[in-house]
Design a protein around this ligand. Sequence first.
Ligand SMILES: [Zn+2]
Ligand SMILES: [Zn+2]
Length: 283
Amino acid sequence: MEAVFPELTGTAREVTLLFPRAGSPGPRDSSIGGPLLWPAAEPWPMCAEPDHYKPLDPPVGPEPVAMVPVVQLYARDVPGLVFPAGTDLLQILWCPLVHEDGRYAARPSLHWRGTAPTAAGALAGEPPRPHTAYEEFLPRPCTVSPTPAVEYPHWDMPAGLGERLDERFQALQEERGHGYFDVATTQQSKVGGYPGWTQPPSWPDCAGCGTRMEHLLSVTATEPDAGRWLPLDDRDHRREGAGADPAAADSFGHGMNLGDLGGMYFFVCRGCPDTPYTHRYDC
Ligand SMILES: [Zn+2]
Ligand SMILES: [Zn+2]
């Protein structure tokens, strides 16, 4: 990429693509929407926000809502993910209702843990389920296939560079049949790299130190069903004739619309104590 477009030098980022597929992950597996390895001594997160609502539905009522598992990643599965000292397990849950906090989305809760102490006192039964939920924020259980790659900026292209390169991007498309955005950028659930924005970027600054936060991971509504980023195994299933498996396409992704095919983006500050985090949402 940089041989063709030297202007992009320095913008490459390592990313781990997750490729969620509907399945039956267990608490000892990395997953999206799967069961968590949860410490029995720690209360399950409940959301008691007074401003809960589900669009087009009656008000939710005052009872607290159980959060739902969204992401679980073990360090062994995602070598590119930097864990805070003493931890090797990342979990994200969220309240599957809309919050009127300016984002109008599910509200997340993020946890870094050590696997060994957590497993020693793990919750044995089923955790609480939300008494009500907005299905756009309710994932189905998915296995993940973390896959390292290198990507270049899409929405995060340095100011003016996209315009300068646009003509050459089009020439590439005509000459080789694929474009820069198809082969060099990704818009799917991933760890690291560039956020999978579907709208202009909205990078957060850390509330503690004021510096721009680091993109931790993105959970997006869409997964590639064609092109460079479609895994070879899935390509076989999607071909006509022998080996074709229509059900394979139905297994793609966690099933959440996230508004109008948007995404949730998680950010951390590694310079402040306890690795503070925040999120952004677009659709
Ligand atoms: Zn809530
Ligand atoms: Zn900070």
